[in-house]
Design a protein around this ligand. Structure first.
Ligand SMILES: [Fe+2]
Length: 359
């Protein structure tokens, strides 16, 4: 009997077929209980650039390859608070150290379909030449990494070594802020719901290309509003790539809810930050409370990078969770106080420099 291409692919994948089936969930919450002031981490920070008051921060002075255990814990907590944190000039962070950093935060995820190195199956190469722009390119639409898994990603660590001469930014959207923007009635309604996330897009890709799989392509049901276990804040957790339907509502209601939330994720600039990559830049984000997308505007330039993805806990919703909006009141008050102090100092300096008024 003649072996077909499909036979060859299937026999070739047998040896590796269970790699992704070994994926498991985190048994501890990295970053929970870290020093709220993050003194160890900030001891090495030379400059902090907040992209907006609530979301996204660039830290200078930190060498990710040399973080202590304590600094990694504080960084995990800081990423959960800021959603996404950016670093420049991380030449020293090779893929093994990238994996080591991720493994401090939880089990590293082996992707069921994205090709990977057999010795380090958790390391994914994102190469624009290997993933042509198509409807199967999940990186170019808003999503949260591997949300179809029973234990989806807590953190993703992405480093680009080759970047386009222009274009190719990545954008993130703040799921905490999105939740906080909803009316209390809609918040309450969504809090009672779960949604089914599927690997359908990868199943289709596998069917069309015959590409090898490394384990089961999972489907999972997760809360629509998810509690971040580090911050304890609520965030919207559905995305246009992997969320197929809202459970236990009609098909048209599900469509409406997903379209509405998907529109908020994609179209509201006030919830978003955008990162311009440089060679050896690194972005680390918390997938539990953010969504992200590549900006597909750079081809034919080449982009190549490495991603390591950390499996988190089984997603849950705790009705007693707090919100970023509540926590932000403290931040906002501090910003107002700082502004007022600066304005007062300026007024006093101006008054001191003026010639004395004569009656
Ligand atoms: Fe992604």
């Amino acid at each position: 009997m003649t072996r077909t291409d499909a036979d060859i692919i299937l026999s070739g994948s047998e040896a590796n077929a269970t790699l992704a089936d070994r994926n498991t969930h985190a048994t501890r919450v990295a970053g929970k209980g870290a020093d709220p002031e993050k003194k160890a981490l900030f001891a090495s920070v030379t400059k902090r650039i907040d992209y907006s008051p609530k979301f996204g921060t660039e830290l200078h002075g930190v060498k990710l390859a040399e973080l202590s255990e304590q600094q990694s814990e504080e960084l995990a907590a800081f990423i959960a608070e800021r959603g996404v944190v950016f670093f420049r000039n991380q030449e020293d962070l090779d893929y093994k150290q990238q994996s080591k950093l991720g493994s401090r935060w939880g089990p590293l995820h082996v992707h069921p379909l994205v090709p990977h190195n057999q010795e380090n199956p958790e390391v994914i190469v994102l190469d624009s030449r290997l993933s042509p722009q198509s409807r199967f390119n999940t990186n170019d639409t808003w999503h949260s990494d591997i949300s179809f898994e029973p234990a989806p990603a807590s953190f993703s660590i992405l480093k680009f070594e080759t970047i386009p001469e222009s274009g190719g930014d990545t954008a993130w959207s703040n799921g905490y802020d999105l939740y906080d923007s909803l009316s209390p009635n809609l918040q309450k309604f969504l809090e009672g719901l779960t949604a089914t996330h599927t690997s359908e897009i990868f199943r289709t890709l596998q069917r069309v290309t015959g590409r090898q799989t490394f384990g089961k392509l999972n489907d999972s049901s997760h809360p629509v509003i998810r509690t971040n276990p580090i911050t304890g804040w609520k965030a919207v957790y559905v995305n246009p790539v992997f969320t197929r339907e809202i459970d236990n509502v009609t098909e048209s209601e599900s469509k409406w809810i997903l379209e509405y939330l998907g529109d908020l994720i994609a179209k509201r600039l006030q919830y978003q930050v955008r990162f311009r990559w440089e060679p050896h830049s690194v972005a680390i984000w918390d997938n539990r409370s953010t969504h992200h997308t590549g900006v597909p505007d750079f081809r034919p330039y080449h982009r190549r990078g490495i991603r390591v993805t950390v499996s988190g806990e089984i997603p849950y919703f705790d009705p007693n969770s707090g919100t970023q909006a509540e926590a932000y009141k403290v931040t906002a008050a501090a910003i107002v106080a700082k502004q007022e102090a600066a304005e007062k100092a300026k007024t006093e300096a101006n008054a001191g420099g003026q010639p004395a008024k004569t009656a």
